[in-house]
Design a protein. Structure first.
Length: 174
C-alpha cells in the first residue's frame, strides 16, 4: 500500500466540477457562528457534489481567511448564496416545490437510515452550534432527520453532522 500523489488522484478543475451533475440536495446553514465550520461544510458540499449552499443570518460568507483556511478552494466550486432571513428563504424554496428537512432531534424526526428520499430536490437545514435550528422553522419544514447516536451527548459538531447526512444522501443519489 502507498498513498496516492495529488496527480494520481485525477482531480478535476473548478470549471469541470461546475459542469458535473450534482445530487438534488441543497444545504442551508442557519446562524452558524464558526467560520471554520462554514469552510468545512463548503468542502463537504464540494466532496459530495451538493447543488447549492445557502448561508443565512449570522453565518459568515466568503471571502474570509478563516473560511478559506478550511474550505481549501471549495468556495470557488460550490454554488452559494447569502440570505439574511432563513424563514423567507425556506418559504421561497417551498414555492418551488423543494422539500425542506431539518437535521435536528425532534419528536417526529426520522432516523437517517430510515429516511425515504423524495423523488424531487430537497434542502437540509443545519442549525446553530449551540441552539440548533430556530424554532420558527419547525412548522415550515416537511420533516426532520436525526442521526442515531448511542453515547451520552446526543450531539455532534455541525460539520460532522453535515458530513454524515450528506454522505448517506450522496450514496443513494449518485
Amino acid at each position: 500500500m502507498k498513498k496516492l500523489s495529488m496527480s494520481a488522484l485525477n482531480r478535476i478543475t473548478p470549471d469541470e466540477f461546475k459542469k458535473r451533475p450534482k445530487i438534488p440536495v441543497m444545504v442551508i446553514l442557519d446562524n452558524i457562528r464558526s467560520m471554520g465550520n462554514v469552510g468545512s461544510i463548503f468542502r463537504t458540499c464540494d466532496a459530495f457534489t451538493v447543488e447549492k449552499l445557502y448561508l443565512c443570518g449570522i453565518t459568515a460568507t466568503p471571502p474570509h481567511k478563516d473560511i478559506t483556511k478550511t474550505a481549501l478552494g471549495a468556495t470557488e466550486t460550490v454554488e452559494w448564496e447569502y440570505a439574511e432571513n432563513v424563514v423567507d428563504l425556506v418559504k421561497n424554496l417551498k414555492k418551488n416545490n423543494i422539500k425542506i428537512y431539518l437535521v435536528e432531534q425532534t419528536d417526529i424526526s426520522v432516523l437517517l437510515h430510515q429516511f425515504q428520499f423524495p423523488g424531487e430536490k430537497i434542502a437540509l437545514i443545519l442549525g446553530n452550534e449551540v441552539f440548533g435550528v430556530a424554532e420558527d422553522l419547525l412548522p415550515l419544514c416537511d420533516g426532520a432527520i436525526e442521526i442515531p447516536q448511542r453515547g451520552t451527548k446526543h450531539s455532534l459538531n455541525v460539520t460532522i453532522a453535515a458530513g454524515i447526512v450528506l454522505w448517506e444522501l450522496f450514496k443513494r443519489k449518485s
